[in-house]
Design a protein around this ligand. Structure first.
Ligand SMILES: [Fe+2]
Length: 300
């Protein structure tokens, strides 16, 4: 880290806290992005208006921790209007893949460069970097779910409490749910039981606080009495790629009638499954290529 400490978005103590937890444990991290002009409400409203519709998701914020995905309601307001009136409209909103926007991309690059020494040492090069901005009305709840990436969630405005559960605890999220997660097609909300809370850690976040959330560590979020703005910087890694391949391979075994071993119980077998999954993907890609060439040839 060569830049002067005051030029950085993550102060020394934030970087040290992140380094001590990464990649497997959740941890509080301090940051300095809360006054950045890109997070002013007008800037965010402009961003919401220029992002493609597929990058904007919103719903009513009055959901429960165990929200039924089929009962989620939405306000009929344009995205920029939802941003401008977030204090009174009762909505929850996410602006996805804001790294597609050049101004935000530069900021994300800088943040990721500040933690790159730890990330590259522990999990290798960054893969599939993406950033999100969450806006939520006072007292909104983000239901219980998990995400496929490493995530630093930075609180920009307002207050929220994030309850984070350990990643890879199959009593909380059964192995079959992990497998289905990686096959896609399921709503992200998951059923929650109060018994899980004994294993959880609460992070009370005000502007200037952040939390590192490990890959697929389940969590839910309770907003405080003010509107909240949060910025989420995410990336994937060789570690998350391996974990996803393992669950996908196990899903295939389960479809064939087998009961896959628990991930981590037999590490060598896990390695073989991951290698087989990579091999299968390569073989499929090669077969597609050969088939394409065969078709081209038959067209002459
Ligand atoms: Fe999340």
């Amino acid at each position: 880290m060569t830049a002067d400490a005051t030029d950085r978005w993550l102060p020394d103590e934030g970087i040290a806290d992140f380094a001590s937890a990464y990649p497997g444990e959740s941890a509080p991290v301090r940051h300095r992005l809360q006054h950045h002009p890109l997070f002013a409400l007008d800037a965010l409203a402009d961003l919401a208006a220029r992002l493609p519709a597929s990058h904007v998701e919103h719903s009513r914020g009055d959901q429960s921790v165990s929200q039924d995905p089929g009962a989620v309601r939405q306000e009929a307001l344009p995205p920029a209007e939802i941003v401008r009136t977030i204090a009174i409209n009762g909505c929850w909103m996410v602006l996805k893949k804001v790294d597609a926007d050049p101004a935000y991309a530069a900021l994300i690059d800088q943040c990721l460069a500040e933690i790159a020494p730890t990330v590259s040492r522990e999990t290798g090069a960054y893969m599939r970097r993406e950033a999100f901005i969450f806006l939520s009305a006072p007292n909104s709840v983000t239901p219980f779910h998990m995400d496929p990436e490493h995530n630093i969630l930075l609180q920009i405005a307002g207050q929220k409490t994030m309850r984070v559960y350990p990643a890879g605890d199959f009593e909380i999220v059964p192995q079959e749910v992990h497998e289905a997660f990686h096959l896609g097609g399921r709503h992200r909300n998951m059923p929650h039981r109060d018994a899980y809370d004994a294993k959880a850690r609460d992070f009370v976040m005000h502007a200037g606080d952040a939390v590192y959330v490990p890959v697929k560590a389940p969590h839910w979020v309770q907003n405080g009495p003010e509107p909240s703005i949060s910025f989420s910087i995410t990336w994937r890694s060789a570690l998350s790629d391996r974990e996803a391949r393992l669950h996908r391979f196990n899903a295939g075994l389960r479809k064939l009638g087998a009961t896959p071993s628990t991930p981590g119980a037999a590490p060598l077998l896990d390695d073989v499954k991951v290698a087989a999954h990579k091999g299968t993907k390569k073989a499929t890609a090669l077969a597609r290529k050969v088939l394409g060439k065969e078709r081209d040839r038959s067209a002459y």
